[in-house]
Design a protein around this ligand. Structure first.
Ligand code: PAF
Length: 280
């Protein structure tokens, strides 16, 4: 079936490291969009930016097991490969890198990423090992692809912050921050939204709007910590969700702050069993 489907595809699909090396060997100015598939308009905007700014664009689809701290979450992560290939092909993406676990993890190199104590905050505090897995896979992908630019979304703010710090320290690749794409209800697009029922999508939109308003109000609040603690309880009760964190942090250092200027209000919560994150 896949072979028949492949016949209609112009984009080059690279299934392993040999394919990758042969295809990218002589190309400079490669734009790279790393993904775990189930592509949405957020990914599409990253790819469009790469297509504009690079000679060739490569998108990877790899659901990286090592970044899932919960095996059930890995098992349930949405998978839509046929649809993804068709989207990428229509967009005239140059290459799709579709490695198997063995291609990525065959090398004897053991993952030895360690987060600094100061980075063990927000999602790193609640998802033990998650960012170590993300940074390790990004290290392996960037080392194999050698892109000039890597396009990543601001929606995953802490991921972007940590990956940018690590990659730009080790490679000459530049991580390009791309804006969050939202639906008409202000909900940030995410592959995980596919796991939500219609009613839950509406609630998640309402939560996004509430948090946007909260951020605006923060300018006039004296005790921000206490205010956010109360709002956390209020939102939990109002929407029957479970907020892990609702914190104001400096955009450049990710340190807790009471200054709204140059700060992000970050939230992570469970709606039913699905974990969503956002920042404003
Ligand atoms: O954001 C994602 O989809 C993943 O964390 C990434 C960057 C592709 C690494 O697996």
């Amino acid at each position: 079936m896949f072979y028949l489907f492949k016949y209609f595809i112009q984009m080059k699909i690279l299934l392993n490291n040999d394919d990758l090396n042969k295809a990218l060997n002589k190309i400079s100015n490669i734009g790279f969009v790393p993904t775990m598939g189930s592509l949405h308009k957020g990914h599409i905007s990253l790819i469009n930016k790469s297509l504009k700014e690079s000679n060739k664009t490569i998108v990877s689809i790899f659901i990286n097991p090592t970044q899932f701290n919960n095996p059930k979450d890995y098992k349930n992560y949405p998978r839509n490969l046929k649809r993804d290939i068709s989207i990428l092909n229509k967009m005239n993406t140059d290459f799709l890198y579709l490695p198997k676990k063995n291609d990525i993890y065959s090398s004897k190199r053991k993952p030895k990423i360690k987060l600094n104590k100061t980075d063990k905050i927000l999602c790193a505090k609640y998802r033990k090992g998650h960012f170590e897995g993300v940074i390790d896979i990004m290290d392996r992908l960037v080392s194999a692809i050698k892109p000039k630019k890597i396009f990543m979304g601001l929606k995953d703010f802490q991921q972007l912050y940590l990956v940018k710090k690590f990659i730009q320290n080790k490679y000459s690749s530049k991580v390009i921050e791309c804006k969050t794409i939202r639906d008409k209800n202000k909900l940030a697009l995410s592959s995980r939204n596919l796991l939500l029922k219609r009613t839950e999508l509406i609630i998640a939109g309402k939560i996004a709007k509430k948090v946007i308003l909260l951020k605006k109000k923060l300018k006039n609040v004296k005790n921000i910590d206490k205010f956010l603690e109360n709002k956390k309880k209020e939102l939990n009760n109002m929407f029957n969700i479970n907020i892990e964190y609702l914190e104001l942090r400096n955009s450049f250092s990710l340190k807790k702050t009471i200054k709204v200027k140059n700060a992000k209000l970050l939230i992570a919560y469970y709606i039913n069993k699905v974990r969503l994150i956002d920042n404003f």
